[in-house]
Write a protein that binds this ligand. Structure first.
Ligand code: LCS
Length: 432
């Protein structure tokens, strides 16, 4: 009897200690990645469980009615909210310094929710020309049918942003660094331009991840991610998330997500939470690899240009240094032999996987003009800096020597002129 009573007391003490949400706001980012939004539930489970349920029981009819009326917090139905998904939303909202997160079924679910929630007929959007292809296609092909206009400019050039603003511009939508042309746009300055024109600034922060860049602190109103990429990081989940700076925007976008039905599933959220914990160490390691590979590529005779924001030769290198906490893991490069050489190289890599997507532990290589950005007209691609010969390389956490050896073999596989072969032999002799 005494033993049972003791056990009961222990359990109550344990619950009291564990159920108090920890204030992680002032802690470092790697601590936040592990602890923000991760308060153990009544079981004390250290890892947030998968609440695989579509619906939640009410204590009484009155309780159900008061949840629906928003008079108290609680769960109703998984499309509206779910504890596993909520843990992820809380975590990323804190990483991004926003007031709330809205997890979605995919990155495009997040993009679509933002457009649907913030635009109306007659509204105009100014967007980065080299955004992810479908983020542009959705506006040009679908939202245009409902009277939404959009202009695409090089947002790394502030004058182009200023000139594109109109009296009906409701949204400035930027991607920085952009996919795949690696242009960097000045978030703080563009926030000023957008706000002066009465528009909101939305930043797709997928390429940087919340570990390297926090647009809300620089003036953005909304941040979104394809969590398929760095946040999950293991190429096994498709998902998205939106973080709003202000409560009113958060509520508006949450309502749109609930109505449009692009909620994240609890099992998806569980996997993303698991991946997210190592975001810091994954990004640190992969960007070290990326810097070495970018320098190595620059020296190869077959390579015409290397676009990596960490290189001093990158046009917005100084801005990236100020705005980001690191240079990230994405490299785009152009081969002297153009598209033909690029294809030969992509067919010859063995360690890097020829696949779209990015931001995972494994290195991926792809051809934007025929893959991720094939939906854009050729002139629009050219204007956005996506040439036919551009190759995109997402650096993973493998041993960098192995990645470089793989690239070397692939470059050797490109059919070469006698001159190019001679310069390659000379450059390899120099390296030895
Ligand atoms: N935003 C950016 C910057 C992206 O790169 C992507 C996907 C999305 C949004 C959409 O996210 P999803 O719905 O796929 O989760 N980017 C891809 C890419 O570059 N290759 O494959 C997908």
């Amino acid at each position: 009897m005494i033993v049972l009573f003791g056990l009961r007391l222990c359990r109550v003490a344990h619950l009291e200690r564990q159920n108090v949400p920890m204030n992680t706001k002032l802690l470092g980012i790697n601590t936040k990645l592990i602890h923000a939004g991760q308060t153990p539930d009544w079981t004390g489970a250290v890892t947030v469980p998968i609440y695989q349920t579509s619906t939640f029981a009410f204590h009484s009819a009155k309780h159900g009615a008061s949840l629906f009326a928003g008079e108290q917090d609680g769960y109703i139905y998984t499309r509206i909210g779910n504890p596993t998904v909520h843990a992820l939303e809380e975590n990323v909202a804190e990483l991004e310094g926003g007031c709330g997160g809205i997890a979605t079924s995919s990155g495009m679910g997040a993009v679509c929710t933002v457009y649907l929630g913030l635009l109306e007929s007659g509204a105009h959007v100014v967007s980065t020309a080299s955004v992810y292809g479908p983020s542009r296609g959705l506006l040009e092909n679908d939202f245009s049918r409902f009277g939404v206009e959009s202009s695409y400019v090089d947002t790394s050039d502030l004058d182009q942003v200023r000139q594109a603003m109109r009296s009906n511009t409701k949204l400035v939508y930027i991607e920085t660094p952009s996919n795949p042309s690696m242009k960097v746009s000045d978030i703080a300055q563009i926030a000023d331009i957008a706000h002066a024109g009465g528009a909101l600034l939305v930043v797709d922060n997928t390429f940087a991840s919340p570990y390297l860049q926090n647009p809300i602190a620089l003036g953005a109103d909304v941040v979104l991610h394809s969590v398929t990429k760095f946040i999950n990081g293991h190429a096994d989940v498709v998902g998205g998330i939106i973080v709003a700076k202000e409560k009113s925007l958060y509520k508006r976008l949450r309502k749109t997500m609930i109505m449009s039905g692009c909620n994240m599933d609890p099992h998806q959220a569980f996997l993303v939470l698991r991946g997210l914990k190592t975001l810091g160490i994954r990004v640190e390691r992969a960007q070290q690899n990326a810097m070495k590979i970018a320098h190595w590529l620059e020296e190869q005779p077959e390579i015409e240009t290397v676009l990596y924001v960490g290189l001093e030769t990158h046009p917005e290198h100084e801005l990236a240094k100020r705005q980001m906490k690191g240079f990230g893991t994405m490299i785009s490069f152009e081969l002297r032999g153009g598209l033909e050489a690029g294809c030969a190289m992509m067919d010859a890599v063995r360690l890097a996987t020829l696949a779209v997507s990015l931001g995972g532990v494994e290195t991926l290589i792809e051809h934007p003009a025929s893959m991720t950005h094939a939906g854009l007209a050729r002139e629009d691609r050219q204007a956005a800096g996506i040439t036919d010969g551009l190759v995109r390389y997402s650096v993973g956490i493998e041993d960098v020597e192995d990645l470089i050896a793989d690239l070397r073999t692939a470059l050797n596989a490109i059919p070469q002129t006698a001159d190019a072969r001679r310069s390659r032999i000379m450059s390899e002799a120099g390296a030895r």
